[in-house]
Ligand binder design. Structure first.
Ligand SMILES: Nc1c(C(=O)O)ncn1[C@@H]1O[C@H](COP(=O)(O)O)[C@@H](O)[C@H]1O
Length: 163
């Protein structure tokens, strides 16, 4: 059995409420994925084993969500040649600005493609992962195009006042 092309990793169970939107978006595009809790801080050996083995395992893109001192995406990127897309969690203390800065301010040489804070970032990480895969997968490209066409068709031309 071939591995799914996308890995969704997150620093804590508490991130799943946000990262499930990435999972739901991949489901809608029929892009298989694995979702796992991996923490650079709390489970460093799990992170090391996961990231070092990710490419050989068959993953092609990693989506990494983390909050606060969000080292997970950068550490994963340091350990694998695969593209890593980082999703900053909306932390309670600093509303995700801490997560965003932790993920986006990588030193030159180890990139993390950083998305928006929270749900929008999780959805866009999934769409970006799909568009990376679509470069070499016509079926995913077709489903992505259809997804965007449905989104466009769903936008009303005029606003509706609440009842
Ligand atoms: N940023 C990281 C890392 C990491 O970067 O390795 N591991 C956990 N965390 C974050 O800690 C926050 C609070 O976690 P808890 O809710 O479990 O206390 C989560 O948003 C998680 O991503």
């Amino acid at each position: 059995m071939t591995a799914p092309p996308v890995a969704i990793i997150m620093g804590s169970q508490s991130d799943w409420d946000t990262m499930r939107h990435a999972a739901e978006t991949l489901d809608a595009l029929e892009v298989p994925f694995d979702a796992r809790i991996v923490s650079a801080h709390r489970t460093p050996e799990r992170l090391y084993a996961f990231a070092k083995g990710a490419k050989d395992h068959g993953f092609r893109v990693i989506i990494a969500g983390a909050g606060g001192a969000a080292h997970l995406p950068g550490m994963a990127a340091a350990l694998t040649p695969l593209p890593v897309l980082g999703v900053p969690m909306e932390s309670h203390a600093l509303r995700g600005v801490d997560s965003l800065h932790s993920i986006v301010q990588m030193p030159a040489g180890i990139p993390v493609g950083t998305l928006a804070i929270g749900k929008a970032g999780a959805i866009n990480a999934a769409l970006l992962a799909a568009s990376i895969l679509a470069l070499s997968d016509a079926a995913i490209a077709g489903r992505l195009e259809a997804w965007r066409a449905r989104q466009t068709a769903a936008v009303a031309e005029q606003p509706v006042s609440p009842a």
